[in-house]
Design a protein around this ligand. Structure first.
Ligand SMILES: NC(=O)c1ccc[n+]([C@@H]2O[C@H](COP(=O)([O-])OP(=O)(O)OC[C@H]3O[C@@H](n4cnc5c(N)ncnc54)[C@H](OP(=O)(O)O)[C@@H]3O)[C@@H](O)[C@H]2O)c1
Length: 288
């Protein structure tokens, strides 16, 4: 029998990627995609009505307040979307016996570690976005047994606004860029993350809990910019910059250890360079 899957926040880059890949899973999954205008997850009444009227097996929550700098000042909004609404989602999932697949972030860590973070490492967010996302995680663990919390990092895709697309478009216009070298992490393609989440459903994985999922390897934002400039033959357009002032602090090191996800998948994850090349190849083909 097919699994019925609700995808919230479907107009974000991850939601759009899942929608794009959904046809590959049409034999095992029936999808319902809802954007914020159709289901605002901060409205507990709408959530309850929506969940009562439907019959889902899974909910993939792609809805979030993701502007890290803005979260420093719009704290109430960040908490409402990233924590309070997630608590309500968890409560409704519990009531209706739905498995929740929720996306969290590398920014729950403070970045003081020198080796890739494992799932059980101590959390200690250094910005409000990270704090709000961590609270969301904690609510899920408190209210649910049947959940997957997937922490990921530096997401990009061909959709919406993201670092890879912005750098690609600027370099295509021959702009000069200075990009910071101070933070180390791993860029993750929404494609790769979506396949992992859909694998959990299509293979009926029941080893619930928290997982880290990024590409393999590590780099800086400058390194990521250089990967794009190499592809476009524009290396001389990109200059390294030590740091750049921003409203929110970000962890200096937020590489995730993916061993747990790899064990489930029983294969190694892709290198970040290969996944970036795949997406920029798609962007290049589109812009011809
Ligand atoms: N982007 C990254 O680098 C990154 C890194 C690590 C983890 N993550 C996590 O990955 C997940 C997906 O991120 P993303 O990059 O796809 O984010 P995104 O493109 O910003 O998408 C988030 C979506 O959530 C929607 N949304 C906001 N408030 C909502 C509400 N109250 N009810 C329903 N929908 C709402 C947004 O709609 P509007 O735009 O209309 O507000 C947007 O379409 C998030 O949980 C994020 O925290 C992201």
């Amino acid at each position: 029998m097919k699994s019925r899957v609700l995808v919230t926040g479907a107009n974000g880059q991850l939601g759009k990627t899942i929608r794009e890949l959904s046809s590959d899973f049409k034999h095992s999954i029936d999808f319902v995609f809802v954007e914020k205008s159709e289901l605002d997850i901060t409205s507990s009444e709408s959530l309850e009505l929506f969940f009562q009227a439907s019959n889902f097996d899974y909910c993939i929550n792609c809805a979030a307040f993701t502007n890290v700098d803005l979260a420093e000042t719009e704290t109430e909004k960040a908490i409402n979307v990233n924590a309070n609404a997630v608590k309500n989602l968890a409560i409704n999932c519990k009531k209706q016996d739905i498995i929740l697949i929720h996306v969290s972030t590398d920014y729950v860590f403070d970045g003081k570690k020198k080796l890739p973070y494992i799932e059980s490492d101590a959390t200690n967010p250094i910005n409000f976005y990270g704090e709000s996302k961590l609270l969301g995680e904690e609510y899920i663990r408190e209210y649910l047994d049947h959940y997957f919390i997937i922490r990921t990092s530096w997401l990009y895709s061909r959709f919406n606004k993201n670092f890879v697309k912005t750098v690609f478009n600027k370099l295509k216009n021959n702009e000069k860029l200075t990009i910071i070298t101070s933070q180390k992490g791993t860029p993750t393609s929404c494609n790769d993350l979506s396949y992992f989440m859909l694998f959990l459903i299509s293979d009926a994985i029941k080893i619930f809990g928290t997982y880290h999922f990024s590409a393999q390897g590590e780099t800086t934002w400058y390194g990521l910019g250089m990967q794009i400039s190499k592809y476009l033959n524009k290396n001389s357009n990109v200059t390294p910059l030590k740091n750049y002032p921003s409203k929110a602090q970000r962890p200096l090191y937020s590489v995730l250890n993916n061993n747990k996800a790899e064990e489930l998948l029983q294969k190694p994850l892709k290198n970040w360079e290969d996944s970036v090349d795949e997406v920029i190849k798609g962007l290049s083909n589109k812009s011809h």
